[in-house]
Every structure is written in C-alpha cells, then in structure tokens.
Design a protein around this ligand. Structure first.
Ligand code: CP
Ligand code: NVA
Length: 310
C-alpha cells in the first residue's frame, strides 16, 4: 500500500523516531547519501508561497542524487480545465513522489487518494508534518531525549503548525500548554482536540488549552510560536489580529517564566514585534535557524522512508 504523509499522526511514534534518528545520521554523513535517489524525481505543487520548504526540498533532492520540480498551481490547468484526480493520475506516471502545499485539507486528501506514489503535505490548513519532524529532530539535538518535556505554544492556535505539534506531543507522551485567545477562530478545532485525546489515551500526554500566557510558560522546556498572519489571511485583518494576539506575544517576561534552559522556537517566517519580540528571536535561547536548517535533513529522511530506502 502506498504510504502518504498528510499529518504527523499518519506515522506512528516509532516511525517518527526512526525518521528523526535517520535525519540526525544523514546530517552527519551527507556524502554517504549523495547518490541514493539517482533517477528519482519529486514533484512539488505549490498553491501558497514558501522560502524554507521549497528550497530545502529542492536542495535535499539534489543532495540525494535526485531531482525536484517546482510547479506553481497557478500555472497549471488544475481547478480550471483539470481536476485533482487527473492531475494525481498523470503525475504519478512521471514522478516517484508528490509534495503539495495547498489551502484546503480536502485537496491534499483527494490528491493522495488518487496518487499511485507517496504524497507529502508541505502545509495545508490542517497540518505541517515536515516542520514538526524537523522540530522534533532539533529538540532531540538540544535536549538529547524526547521524554519528560513540556512545550508551551503561544498565539494563533487555529493553525496547522499548532495542530501537528499537539498530535506529536500527544504521541510522545509530553506536556503541552496551548495559550491562545478564546473563540473558535483562534483556538484548535474540535476535530483536532478529539484526535489529540485519542492519541494521548495511552501515552500519558497532557495537552491543555489555556488563555493565560504566563501560566502556560511555567516549567516549559520549549517555548514555541507561529505567525499571527498565516499564508492566505487577508491583510485587512492584520490590525485586529495584532490586538487580539498581543497578550500572547513571546516576550522576555514569558521566557523568564519558563525553565532557565528553555529554548525558543518559531517555524518561520517570523515578524519581530508581532508573535515574539526582537530580543527573544535574536536572543541566546532562540534556536530558530537550527530549526530551519533541519528541514533539509528531516525531509531527506522522510523521502527515504516513503521510498522504502531504510
Ligand atoms: N516554515 C516553513 O514552512 O516556511 P516556508 O513557508 O518559508 O516554507
Ligand atoms: N501557520 C503558518 C506556517 C508557515 C510555515 C502558515 O500557515 O502560514
């Protein structure tokens, strides 16, 4: 059966651990993998902008001896003269893997349903699994272990990255406090809360949604935030969202409520003065660039896993 990665819980905890360990090994031995994907092609379909995802996938395929095609959905007949079914069927005949960054979760599910090759979600409105595997690789590198940790997340929580962080902490049996404003448009949707409860059932994870940022920061090993203006949010909402999310801005005060050796993470792109202050993102506890670099290594491991290469 063809495996896909549409959200992080499509992999078991054991599979994620295997991928993270492989990513660490590849990072230390890049030359060893330089021909493993000879004659293999990855198609990348983009409906939204990207810096990290596009460049890390393209570079990663090149470094593995393969090839990546960047394809902007606005240049394709998709949605105008062709449906997702036909796009999936046709491209599966040409390439070995398809990755897609789309607005709607239904679209990537449809793509995976009809694709004969593995499909990787490069971000939709429901998940960002490549980001989360890279993040957990980074956490493992910094903290050595992926147990007994508390992650606190701040800000927009009706959010792809938040959802996959919640799934991953649930699967790994960690503690997570999600600090966000009340209201369905800013907090996690019920489907994610239900899935999270199910994933936590046997792992001892404790994932809570709270509205007090300082409370959430307490005892945290990892302080995490994401953009208040995710791709596709209309510019005219910016001023209002800024006001709503400001109580959840990661400030030096928030960092000082966390553990002394807490790390600060943001998947990027980041706006200084919005989801975190400049001194936090540019300060000594910030590991955002290590986190970004690991997109390259973790995605190589994801690709090799899906192509049954380890
Ligand atoms: N973190 C992340 O996915 O960044 P891009 O939007 O630049 O790809
Ligand atoms: N939540 C953000 C993540 C960007 C990598 C967005 O969807 O834009």
């Amino acid at each position: 059966m063809t495996r896909h990665l549409l959200k992080i819980s499509d992999f078991t905890k054991e599979e994620s651990e295997k991928i993270i360990n492989k990513a660490i090994e590849i990072k230390a031995n890049m030359e060893k993998y330089s021909t493993i994907l000879k004659n293999k092609t990855l198609l990348m379909l983009f409906e939204k902008p990207s810096l990290r995802t596009r460049i890390s996938f393209e570079t990663g395929m090149e470094q593995l001896g393969g090839h990546a095609i960047f394809y902007s959905i606005k240049d394709s007949p998709l949605g105008k003269k062709e449906n997702i079914h036909d796009t999936a069927k046709v491209t599966s005949r040409f390439v070995d893997l398809i990755a897609a960054r789309v607005f709607k979760r239904e679209d990537i599910r449809e793509l995976a349903k009809h694709s004969d090759v593995p499909v990787i979600n490069m971000l939709d409105d429901f998940a960002h699994p490549c980001q989360i595997l890279s993040d957990f690789q980074t956490i493992k590198e910094k903290k050595n272990l992926l147990i007994d940790l508390k992650l606190s997340y701040f800000g927009d929580s009706h959010n792809n990255v938040t959802y996959d962080l919640m799934r991953m902490t649930a699967m790994f049996g960690l503690r997570m406090d999600v600090a966000c404003p009340k209201g369905v448009e800013y907090s996690p949707e019920q489907e994610v809360l239900d899935e999270d409860a199910e994933l936590s059932r046997n792992t001892g994870a404790e994932v809570s949604i709270i509205d007090n940022a300082m409370e959430a920061a307490k005892e945290s090993d990892i302080v995490y935030t994401d953009s208040w203006m995710s791709y596709g949010i209309p510019e005219e909402q910016e001023e209002e969202r800024k006001k709503i999310f400001m109580p959840y801005q990661v400030t030096p005060n928030v960092m000082s409520a966390a553990k002394l050796d807490a790390i600060f993470m943001n998947c990027l792109p980041a706006m200084r003065g919005y989801e975190q202050t400049t001194d936090v993102i540019d300060g000594s506890q910030s590991i955002v660039f290590d986190q970004a670099e690991n997109r390259l290594h973790a995605q190589k491991a994801i690709i090799l896993f899906l192509l049954d290469k380890f």
